[in-house]
Design a protein around this ligand. Sequence first.
Ligand code: VGL
Ligand code: ZN
Length: 204
Amino acid sequence: MKALYIIDIQNDFCPGGALAVDEGDQIIPVVNRLQDNFDLIIMSQDWHPADHGSFAANHEGTNPGEIIDLHGLDQILWPVHCVQGSHGAEFVEGLNTHKVAAIFRKGTDVTIDSYSGFYDNGQRASTGAFGYLKELEVTDLYLVGLATDYCVKFTAMDGNRLGFNTHVIQDACRGVNLQPGDVDRAIEEMQAAGIKVINSSQLV
Ligand code: VGL
Ligand code: ZN
């Protein structure tokens, strides 16, 4: 059984949003087309309380992009984004969500960030996605969405470690590139771990 996991295709990660990813909106037609290949589709949603510890605005004298120690973990500070109930946290309007069976929210604990759609950055709390996919006997995991060098990469690394035959569909992802080359390095890191980085044309 194979599953498609759509990562964080939310307004704040698209052009005009608070943490806009370059060309983030361009993956939407690709992701919509891809969905025909899957009988099981799930999504993640970055879903932060307004006082979340990953927001620079919540740490006096800091700016987005700086790294702080957040309860023992290195934390990159971000602009305020994907606040629970806000427009920025909503899925992008053009994204087809009719076939989506479940949505897993992450980043809800103010004390820790959560890039992966499986576990928080301390690998402590689970989103529930692993148990859900396991129960449905999913063996093959396909990932698309935003952002390649953060949430897609962390979800792929966890999925791979959890034993799924993990694929990242590269042309259905875009990255932040906080430092030039971050996306290329993320792709290399995923491939080195045994994750298959493919193109959507290899599916359809
Ligand atoms: C993400 C930074 C902060 C992502 C989420 O979805 O890749 N990146 N929160
Ligand atoms: Zn976030």
